[in-house]
Design a protein around this ligand. Structure first.
Ligand code: PLP
Length: 377
């Protein structure tokens, strides 16, 4: 068995058939979609075909799909673009368990004087929607609630959030990066998707907007993407993204049941082989491919490095850019202590993982814990 890759919430391997086609697409569709000659128009036709197919997946109009370079760009475009367009609205309601690419643009607006209200979250990771109903008002610029959390997999009831927002004529945005294709997504005003989380290359994503709500573009220039994202479209990667979505949808039932089975098996083995370890948010609705475990007596960085040296790639929600890990803001919001949050390791699966890999991973964790306990306790 080669290396085992269980960090698919961070990024996924590109589908082979896409990798193999990139050269051909690059040769064929090199024209600039804005050029009026045949080479350009050939790319334009492909661009619009991709937009149409993606729009049909989300049941929205073609002009509501705006291609971007990644979800971070989509999230920034939506949040800052709305703020610029509606300066009279100066309050934002957001969950504290958003990805940093949502939280940091919101914090940027807070520094500019916006009032930010963070929705409470319970120990299972569920956002308090009663508080949302209490706080929502005409002064609210935007409500932002992530669909499936990238660290714990916990799903929020965004259908309900959407209804609450619609009733009060408030704009709703959800980061659907981890849930797109894996869960049903109700009709919402704005959402974001990233290609590299769904077996397309890095450097491509899109946002879905409500075409009746204007936003100011983040990038000004030649007016591509309905004036909302200037810059020559990355046509080959847009094609790759569309193909990744097509492949997934064609195999959806098989892929989803495989992911569910991998996760079920992993959790079952953790409980059987390592009783006492805490599986985060086990009793609420979660994504089929993400699970976090809080290990006793061993910090996440040590576990991740030990697994890495034994050929297994996993990660955690704690950031370690300064050399001293900071605990995950998501687990802190759930009510875990810093010390507990620093022991949380995330395992995230893809359709390419196997049950044998899961078995090997749990055996390896068991051995690491045995060695660690012998050495330190
Ligand atoms: N939102 C969520 C929930 C994510 O998991 C990620 C990536 O980790 C992002 C946004 C950012 O995606 P991208 O790498 O495309 O900017």
């Amino acid at each position: 068995m080669g290396r085992i890759y269980l960090d698919n919430a961070a990024t996924t391997p590109v589908f082979n058939q896409i990798l193999q086609s990139l050269y051909t697409w690059g040769k064929e569709y090199f024209g600039n979609p804005s050029s009026i000659h045949s080479d350009g128009q050939k790319s334009r036709l492909l661009l619009e075909e991709c937009r149409r197919e993606i729009a049909s997946v989300l049941n929205c109009d073609e002009e509501e799909i705006i291609f971007t370079s990644c979800a971070t760009e989509s999230n920034n475009t939506i949040i800052k673009g709305l703020a610029e367009k509606y300066p009279e609205k100066d309050e934002i309601i957001v969950s504290p368990i958003e990805h940093k690419s949502v939280l940091n643009p919101v914090k940027y607006l807070a520094r500019k004087g916006y009032k930010v209200r963070f929705l409470p979250v319970d120990k299972n990771g569920t956002v308090d929607l009663e508080m949302l109903e209490k706080w929502i008002s005409p002064k609210i610029l935007l409500v932002s609630v992530i669909h499936g959390n990238n660290e714990t997999g916990v799903l929020q009831d965004i259908d309900k959030v959407s209804k609450i927002c619609r009733e009060k004529e408030c704009i709703f945005f959800s980061d659907t990066v981890q849930s797109f294709l894996k869960e049903d997504i109700p009709e919402i005003d704005f959402l974001s998707v990233s290609g590299h989380k769904i077996h397309a290359p890095k450097g491509i994503g899109f946002l879905k907007r409500n075409k009746n709500i204007e936003i100011e573009p983040l990038i000004h220039g030649g007016g591509q993407e309905f004036g909302l994202r200037s810059g020559t479209e990355n046509i080959i990667y847009i094609k790759a993204l569309k193909e990744a979505i097509r492949i997934w949808i064609e195999n959806k039932d098989r892929y989803i049941s495989h992911l569910k089975e991998l996760k079920r098996y992993f959790v079952e083995l953790i409980h059987k082989e390592l009783p006492g370890e805490e599986v985060v948010s086990e009793n609420v609705k979660t994504l089929p491919h993400i699970v976090s475990v809080i290990f006793s007596n061993i910090d996440a960085q040590t576990m991740i490095m030990a697994l890495n040296s034994r050929g297994i790639s996993v990660s955690s929600g704690s950031a370690c850019s300064s050399g001293t890990p900071t605990p995950s803001h998501v687990l802190l919001a759930y009510g875990y202590s810093s010390e507990e949050a620093l022991r949380a390791v995330r395992f995230s699966f893809s359709i390419f993982n196997t049950k044998e890999e899961i078995k090997k991973t749990v055996e390896t964790i068991k051995n690491i814990k045995k060695d660690f306990n012998l050495f330190f306790f």
